[in-house]
Write a protein that binds this ligand. Structure first.
Ligand code: ADP
Length: 512
């Protein structure tokens, strides 16, 4: 039964709180923000129609305290709560607490969050839905065994690892943010690495359970945006390519993926829809896959929330995912029952407060000056403002710069221009690093996997010379032209570093 939402409390901060507040306001829905002490003057606090203090600066005393947020939602007389991403977005207890307080949770049901938050359970559901998961092994009591001590569990997993074949990846059942993961390339190191993974998982998630996956050597991370109405109807909104990662964290995302053709696209998106339909998923979610080439992909995990990189989908498919989330929460279903036509290409760069030249240390400071690019097809999802104090309390993500253009080559050129015009003085950011990555021949050729950054880090250092803009445009266009395209020697003249004749350029000559 449809129930109109008139006021939403946004249980988050930073750019995503700003994004959701704006989305609600556009729809004529009133908004309430919550803020910690450090965020008393934050953009989301000021932008919302009302704002409620929820405690001291550390997130564990404010944004993560369910009772404080429910109290604020009640005080605001909100009909619904939007969790954003991170913090309590994938916390089943929170989703339940919102429902218990008589409000609508703009997100999935507690059971979906619980099932997909447990990687072992998620794998079982996926395999049950007929979707391939990464080959792996989990020692579960459901296989007729009693609960084991950690030594016994590790021993069993080590035996299984030999059967799967090294290298294997130890993963935490409750994992997230790359925590509790260890690559093991031989039986000798298994015990130490398994113990370390269990300790890390216990500290991060309060649950030490680990399992194994075959370690795929050079996969690409390709994910599918889905919407489900809770009754078994699901629709996809295309894929996103997220293989530019550092320590398993995405930095640059794009759609469409340069790695797949229409046939693979049709198969990967229908696998995601199949899973969402099979579990009668409710809300917006993302089904993540590892793509190993030759049309083969495996389920990785499902994120039961709005994803950081959702804007690239919005740019290319012309949809508003927050609006769809609200429609679904109201019981009105989606505004389309078939994936909308895609148009052009979109890229997102995550702008972080961090020092790329000093081991990516998080940076703090006061934003003295802010000058951001604008124009056709440029979107800045940000919570930045001049005078803002960037503290050490929260995630260092400051803004997401998103561009749209008719094709990938033009999107890269536009992103390069937009990054060159994005100035944040007073706080060190990774903007120059992002520019070096998107200008790299591997990126412009679309020829990258999840190890792209770590394998070539020295090529992104500040000493590495940037190729001139005509060269990146030429490389991006070449990547879209037929095989055997050759880069002429004149184009390389006078350049040193990774962009010099030979080296990475040669990849283009080999045909992409
Ligand atoms: P988390 O939930 O901690 O973020 P994920 O399961 O989503 O962990 O994996 C994060 C990243 O780790 C992936 O995008 C991929 O780069 C890498 N990864 C995960 N599983 C595998 C695997 N089996 N083989 C190779 N790389 C993997």
């Amino acid at each position: 039964m449809a129930e109109e939402i008139k006021k939403v409390l946004v249980a988050n901060r930073g750019e995503i709180a700003v994004r959701v507040i704006r989305g609600c306001q556009e729809m004529g829905i009133a908004t309430a923000a919550v803020f910690s002490e450090a965020d008393a003057t934050a953009l989301h606090t000021r932008l919302a129609d009302e704002a409620y203090p929820i405690g001291p600066s550390p997130a564990t005393e404010s944004y993560l305290v369910i009772d404080n947020i429910i109290e604020a939602a009640k005080a605001a007389k909100a009909d619904a709560v939007h969790p954003g991403y991170g913090f309590l977005a994938e916390n089943a207890e929170f989703s339940q607490a919102v429902a218990d307080a008589g409000m609508i949770f703009i997100g999935p049901r507690p059971d979906d969050i619980r099932a997909m938050g447990d990687k072992i359970k998620a794998r079982e559901l996926t395999i049950g839905a007929g979707v391939p998961a990464v080959p792996g092994y989990e020692a579960s009591p459901r296989k007729g065994r009693k609960k084991k001590g950690s030594a016994e569990l590790i021993d069993e997993l080590r035996q299984a690892a030999k059967e799967i074949g090294f290298p294997v990846l130890i993963k935490a059942t409750a994992g997230g943010g790359g925590k509790g993961m260890r690559i093991v390339d031989g039986a000798g190191k298994f015990l130490d690495l398994a113990q370390a993974a269990m300790r890390e998982a216990q500290a991060a998630f309060g649950n030490p359970t680990i399992y194994l996956e075959k370690y795929l050597q050079a996969p690409r991370h390709i994910e599918v945006q889905v919407l489900g109405d809770g009754e078994g109807n699901a629709v996809h909104v295309g894929e996103r390519e997220c293989s530019v990662q550092r320590r398993h964290q995405k930095i640059i995302e794009e759609t469409p993926s340069p790695a797949i053709d229409d046939d693979v696209r049709a198969r990967i998106t229908s696998a995601a829809v199949k899973l969402a339909g099979a579990i009668k998923y409710l809300g917006a979610g993302t089904v993540e896959f590892l793509y190993v080439g030759e049309g083969e992909f495996y389920f990785l995990e499902m994120n039961t929330r709005l994803q950081v990189e959702h804007p690239v989908t919005e740019m290319v498919y012309g949809v508003d995912l927050v609006r769809e989330q609200i429609r679904i929460a109201e019981g009105r279903g989606f505004s389309f029952y078939k994936c909308p036509e895609s148009r052009g290409h979109s890229i997102e760069c995550r702008i972080y407060a961090e020092d790329a030249d000093a081991g990516f240390l998080p940076a703090v400071g006061t934003v003295e000056l802010l000058d951001v690019p604008g124009g056709n097809g440029i979107r800045d999802d940000s919570s930045l403002f001049e005078g803002q104090v960037i503290s050490e309390y929260y995630d260092p993500l400051l803004a997401k710069l998103v561009v749209w253009a008719e094709d990938r080559a033009r999107a890269i050129t536009k992103m390069d221009w937009a990054l060159s015009r994005y100035h944040v003085l007073g706080v060190t950011t990774n903007i120059a690093f992002l520019r070096r990555v998107i200008r790299h021949p591997g990126f412009t050729a679309g020829d990258y996997d999840t190890h792209f950054l770590e394998n070539r880090m020295d090529e992104f250092e500040s000493e590495a010379e940037l190729p001139p803009v005509e060269m990146i445009a030429a490389a991006a266009i070449l990547a879209e032209t037929p095989v055997n395209a050759v880069v002429s020697s004149e184009q390389d003249a006078g350049h040193n570093g990774p962009w010099a004749t030979g080296g990475a350029w040669r990849q283009l000559e080999c045909g992409n």
